[in-house]
Design a protein around this ligand. Structure first.
Ligand code: SF4
Length: 229
């Protein structure tokens, strides 16, 4: 039987709006389902079934159908969520086939799920976004040491933290030391360009002092909180 994926939306080409590839021409595969429940989640339609109609928001597609949609659309394919690694097997099949087309592939993950060896061994880049206390969940739920250590040791991961202000930065420092996280990126929690700019200005100096990277959310600057951009 053909393997399938639970898909929330397919969109692009557009730009990668976050992290080290910010501004790259990219297309997006957004998968459905998440194991966390961040208070400020900007994609609740991928998992919050008390507020969103699952039948309307989630489509089951074969890996081949997603591949046919994504291939040749952009040099970079970003698989995001929700939490894509909850669908590890078909995700691995999709990314292996996308890589074979010559595309670059980034998987955005919340860093709580250990990726399968086949994904770790490949050329996929992991954009890992461990959640801080500002996400409103206990740390035992949002910080999973084995997953973070595995991703950090893969050599294919960068770590992107959503912050609500400079007071969050000490928490990142603790996680960086404990789990040996390289390539730290800080990103404001904002769905409006006004808040985004205010937080970027607040964060710039303390992030520089710590030797980390700071990036906006390009899609928010361009389109505010429009969906599928
Ligand atoms: S991990 Fe991502 S998709 Fe899941 S609740 Fe948090 S922000 Fe939303």
């Amino acid at each position: 039987m053909a393997s399938t994926l639970k898909v929330a939306e397919l969109f692009g080409p557009t730009f990668q709006g976050e992290g080290p590839s910010l501004g790259r021409h990219a297309t997006f595969v957004r998968l459905s389902g998440c194991n966390l429940a961040c208070s400020w989640c900007d994609t609740p339609w991928t998992w919050q079934w008390q507020s969103y109609d699952r039948a309307a928001e989630q489509t089951v597609m074969t890996v081949e159908a997603v591949l046919a949609w994504a291939r040749d659309r952009a040099d970079l394919v970003v698989v995001t969520g929700g939490e894509p690694l909850l669908q590890a097997e078909p995700l691995t099949e999709l990314t292996t086939k996308l890589l074979a087309t010559g595309a670059s592939v980034e998987i955005e993950t919340n860093g709580t799920v250990v990726p399968p060896d086949a994904l770790l061994a490949g050329q996929v880049t992991f954009n890992v976004s461990p959640k801080l206390a500002n996400a409103g969940m206990p740390d035992r739920r949002r910080v999973r040491g084995q997953a973070l250590r595995t991703l950090a040791a893969s050599g294919h991961a960068r770590f992107k933290f959503v912050v609500t202000g400079a007071a969050d930065l000490d928490e990142i420092e603790v996680l960086q030391e404990e789990y040996d996280l390289d390539d730290v990126w800080v990103m404001p929690e904002a769905t409006t360009s006004g808040r985004l700019l205010r937080l970027l200005r607040e964060l710039a100096d303390p992030v520089v002092e710590r030797g980390w990277n700071l990036a906006p959310r390009l899609h928010v600057l361009l389109w505010e909180d429009a969906r599928a951009r």
